[in-house]
Design a protein around this ligand. Structure first.
Ligand code: NAG
Ligand code: NAG
Ligand code: NAG
Ligand code: NAG
Ligand code: NAG
Ligand code: NAG
Ligand code: NAG
Ligand code: NAG
Ligand code: NAG
Ligand code: NAG
Ligand code: NAG
Ligand code: NAG
Length: 855
């Protein structure tokens, strides 16, 4: 038997890029152009005829691409986000200025730059960003230009001069400057409002991972520009973004959709029968124009999308992308050329008979029966939303969009598409609230469950509590009549229109994680005004949770659970997480003097705890069972929540951690549960669930297990310059490479638990327990975990409503183990210092400095 335990990547190989500074983006804060955004600039470059990650500092005066060196690989050092811009000083040959085409690719890790779609496309949601990671430009004169669309997150960029196949090319292009107009605040993880520092540089870089993820995934109101533009004559301008759907169209069925289109480049993409939320397959249609020489980029693949055709697919796109499969069902040719820059009428009929028909300018293109096509074993439903968009590098105007009932002709939706209110209808307006996304690159949705970690990471790094509050407010705006919130909210829609997403029984435990993030927000800020204002909504959500406590077995029954790892209700993960939420909300209720709620939530938590002990603890194995009917499986999330909720006794915590260590260790971390097949090449580790566990390990005093997990799982994210993004990852393969392949997000705050765990445990700076600790009015410093981890020095700082609060401790040289402690605290706060048997009450002062003996 293989000895259990985590495998480590070499600690000495911590990625400190470039000149040895800790990962930080090069930022230009005084832009010389008209745009008022700061700029992210590349750190280094390599020039040649092939990609290379061996980059050197950018030459002053810029760089030239020509037939000998047609390709530039640019490294920004860490995750950056923004609108790509280019400043061109010459387009050659000089004597006879001609246009050149450049293909630009973006990627979080290095190797996807070699792939035709780089690390995209992102076709899960319309995200107020370019949906593609490859972008082509036609440059015909010197000067500056920028992409119309945001690239949400990347460390790497490549720029290739597209050369014609025939003969020696004399084409060249000289760049003075390239970079990104920032759509997030420029950040430096070594200089954040809340900080952590210790004598182990590896841990410092790991602390920065969550900080960088939160800095790039949380966006200010209005910073993410609209992805549609409206022309009062020509209608909506569509570019490089999957179809955006109508905010109210999910219940439509058996309809006929018609619109006028004028193709500027390439073609147009539209969607029909998109189900609620769009997270399963649906019908995709694409009209490809005649692709004339003058406006068709040299990199267009005519095999994939032949000129004068209509493509039909079932899935998310017309190409496959990791977890978003697509079946290209058919390619139909159109009679006569589909001319660019002239209007065409496109009509799509979903008939109750199950036939799908498309016509162009009243000429039938096809009329098929869906059942004649293989659609992966599912019957295609004609119920769902409609929308319009454009594929990579394609540009089209759409106007006069009408949807009617196919059977009776009544109008279901109609809009000229020539006024800006259509951006509200289709969620393509600039972001209306400051919110935290699950990732700057992908999926760029406000995911309810992800915010559990994000809210804590924000409190320990960026201290952008306005964004945390904005996120909570935005999510509450989606509350349904049953009390649940949308589990994923796109950025551009009015939240109230999204009530449907989430009340369909999917990912119900995200409601619990979302509620818990409210507790974390109040714990950091003491924002009782916001709590009071939103209290009825939270009570409604908790009322829904209470309704899920089953009268027969006394446990929480949820559908579509994320944390259950395949087990079905009633699970330990749902019941333990519910105990945590009820206990947290009892504290929130106490802060509002709502005694009825305090006693209600406390009673619920007590009752559940007792029932979990009776029905879910497996005394023989020493684990909280996956579920009542699955007593021998167990999982990381259930173990974590049964500990942090306070359900587990000290002995149960000890035994279940021992079981996780001996049975779930896989490569650099812990697999999610006993039922995960370690041999499956797709098995990946989740820094999200390992993050729940990380907090639980420190909570339970398993410091060395926690320290090992920090170094192995999060160490994997920092040791290889070709994969490290400076930010925390969404998934990790057991061998330490990014999980989920090219598609994965390498800036995911849900993977950033170390950022708050290190501050709270290694530096030992925490709010005191209960409502008294809200906003750190009462705080605690306890460096015991940091000492146990072998640290000689640690410091942490947080921002409280009354100002910064910081602690610094250091082991002193000498025979006796002695520690020097300095705490700087705002007025009106009090605290305790605890270390082993030492306990000191601190109050009245702004600065405390003392030495203590370490036993
Ligand atoms: C391309 O540019 C490089 C230097 O920037 C120069 O050495 C080389 O001769 C140029 N190649 C051509 C074909 O002009
Ligand atoms: C690029 O721009 C030039 C000059 O405006 C134009 O003649 C050419 O057709 C354009 N090429 C493409 C592919 O758009
Ligand atoms: C073009 O697309 C086809 C079909 O997907 C593919 O087989 C081919 O490799 C692509 N060509 C290039 C140059 O990418
Ligand atoms: C996507 O992958 C599936 C399964 O491998 C395959 O059947 C399908 O043809 C692929 N789709 C495209 C568009 O290549
Ligand atoms: C659409 O038509 C199909 C086939 O007749 C039918 O089963 C379905 O109920 C219809 N949908 C609605 C919402 O009317
Ligand atoms: C498609 O074909 C069916 C059966 O032939 C016919 O009843 C229907 O009218 C056609 N639909 C359109 C939009 O032409
Ligand atoms: C819009 O389309 C309808 C048909 O659906 C047509 O009757 C109308 O004339 C069109 N309006 C404009 C402004 O083109
Ligand atoms: C036509 O169908 C729609 C549903 O698509 C229905 O709401 C409406 O009542 C129907 N109208 C008539 C006149 O039957
Ligand atoms: C309540 O639990 C019992 C026993 O586990 C089960 O049979 C029943 O379906 C559950 N009811 C609900 C509403 O989940
Ligand atoms: C664990 O779960 C898997 C998958 O749900 C199941 O096949 C297996 O029987 C379970 N193992 C035990 C020991 O219950
Ligand atoms: C469990 O308790 C034993 C005995 O106190 C201790 O040696 C061990 O380290 C503990 N294990 C964990 C995982 O806390
Ligand atoms: C401290 O508390 C007093 C009395 O409640 C208040 O007047 C003062 O403004 C507070 N000071 C700070 C810095 O919060």
């Amino acid at each position: 038997m293989k000895a259990p335990g985590l495998s480590f990547v070499a600690w000495t190989a911590i990625c400190l890029t470039g000149n040895g500074a800790v990962l930080a983006a090069a930022v230009n804060r005084s832009p010389d152009t008209a745009n008022s955004r700061p700029e992210f600039l590349p750190w280094s470059i390599s020039l040649g005829d092939a990609l290379s990650s061996k980059t050197s500092p950018l030459p002053t005066g810029g760089f030239i691409l020509n037939s000998t060196t047609p390709l530039a690989t640019l490294d920004y050092g860490t995750e950056v986000a923004g609108i790509p811009f280019f400043s061109v000083s010459a387009v050659g040959p000089e004597a006879d200025e001609q246009s050149v085409q450049i293909e630009v690719r973006y990627s979080e890790s290095y190797s996807p730059l070699a792939h035709p779609w780089s690390d995209g496309p992102y076709v899960f949601s319309v995200s107020l960003a370019n949906g593609f990671r490859v972008e082509t430009f036609n440059v015909s004169s010197r000067g500056s230009f920028a992409s119309p669309l945001v690239q949400g997150g990347q460390r790497w960029q490549s720029i290739r001069l597209l050369l014609s196949d025939e003969g020696e090319s004399t084409a060249s292009i000289s760049f003075e400057r390239v970079g990104f107009q920032a759509t997030v605040d420029p950040y430096d993880v070594t200089d954040m409002p809340a900080t952590f520092q210790c004598d182990d540089d590896g841990l410092n870089v790991i602390w920065g991972l969550g900080a960088a993820a939160a800095a790039t995934a949380c966006v200010d109101k209005g910073t993410q520009p609209a992805v549609w533009e409206v022309d009062t004559e020509k209608g909506v301008l569509l570019r490089s973004q999957k179809p955006a759907v109508w905010a109210h169209g999910y219940a439509l069925a058996n309809y006929t959709m018609e619109f006028d289109v004028m193709i500027e480049r390439g073609g147009v993409w539209w969607t029909v029968a998109m189900p609620n939320g769009g997270y399963t397959s649906y019908l995709q249609l694409r009209l490809v124009g005649e692709l004339p020489e003058a406006t068709t980029f040299a990199n267009v693949n005519r095999t994939l999308a032949p000129p004068n055709s209509v493509l039909l697919s079932y899935g998310f796109d017309f190409v496959n992308q990791t977890t978003l499969p697509s079946l290209l069902l058919d390619t139909f040719s159109v009679t006569g050329p589909v001319a660019e820059k002239s209007w065409h009428r496109v009509k799509t009929v979903l008939a109750p008979s199950g036939r799908l028909a498309v016509s162009l300018n009243d000429q039938e293109v096809f009329n098929i029966s869906m059942s004649d096509y293989y659609t992966g074993g599912t019957t295609v439903s004609f119920t769902g939303n409609f929308g319009v968009g454009a594929w990579q590098d394609e540009v089209a105007y759409v106007r006069n969009l009408t949807v009617t009932d196919t059977a009776n002709g009544s109008t279901l939706y109609t809009h000229p598409f020539t006024t800006t209110d259509v951006l509200v209808d289709f969620g393509t307006q600039p972001n209306i609230e400051s919110v935290c996304l699950d990732g700057p690159k992908r999926d760029r949705l406000v995911w309810l469950g992800d915010f559990y970690h994000t809210a804590r990471v924000v409190g320990s790094s960026t201290a952008r509590f306005d964004m945390a509050r904005g996120t909570l407010d935005f999510m509450l705006g989606t509350q349904s009549e049953y009390g649940v919130l949308a589990f994923m909210t796109p950025l551009g829609y009015e939240p109230a229109t999204l009530a449907l997403v989430g009340s369909d029984g999917a990912l119900e435990d995200y409601q619990l994680l979302g509620a818990s993030s409210m507790y974390s927000y109040v714990r950091h800020t003491d924002d009782l005004d916001f709590l009071r204002m939103t209290w009825p909504k939270w009570q409604k959500l908790l009322g829904w949770l209470e309704s899920r406590v089953n009268a027969t077995d006394g446990l929480v029954h949820l559908n579509g659970q994320f944390l259950a790892m395949g087990a079905t209700a009633p699970t330990s993960s749902a019941s333990c997480a519910a105990v945590q939420v009820f206990r947290e909300f009892a504290e929130l209720a106490e802060a509002l003097d709502d005694n009825a709620a305090v006693s209600r939530y406390t009673t619920l938590a007590d009752g559940l705890t007792k029932t979990i002990q009776e029905k879910l603890w497996n005394e023989e194995l020493g684990v909280f069972a996956a579920a009542v009917n699955d007593r021998r499986n167990f999982s990381v999330p259930a173990t974590a929540f049964c500990i942090t909720s306070g359900v587990a006794t000290t002995e149960q915590a000890n035994r279940s951690i021992t079981a996780v260590r001996s049975q779930l260790a896989l490569g650099v971390g812990y697999k999610d549960g006993t039922n995960v097949d370690p041999e499956d090449p797709e098995t990946k580790l989740s820094p999200n669930t390992n993050g729940f566990l990380l907090g639980a390990l420190f909570w339970a005093g398993a410091y060395s297990t926690g320290h090992d997990l920090l170094r192995s799982l999060w160490g994997a994210m920092i040791h290889d310059p070709e994969t490290s993004s400076g930010a925390s990852w969404e998934y990790v393969f057991p061998d330490g490479k990014p999980g989920l392949d090219r598609f994965t997000s390498l800036a995911h705050p849900w993977g950033g638990a170390p950022t708050y765990v290190l501050t709270e445990w290694a530096a030992g700076l925490q709010p005191a327990a209960g409502p008294a600790g809200f906003g750190y009015r009462s705080w605690m410093v306890n460096p015991q975990a940091g000492v146990a981890m072998g640290l000689k020095r640690a410091e942490g700082r947080v921002q409280t409503p009354s100002g910064p609060l910081s602690v610094r401790w250091e082991m002193l040289a000498g025979d006796t183990a002695k520690m020097r402690v300095v705490v700087e605290a705002p007025s009106n706060t009090t605290g305790v210092f605890v270390l082993g048997a030492t306990k000191m009450v601190l109050g009245e002062k702004n600065r405390y400095a003392f030495d203590v003996l370490v036993e």
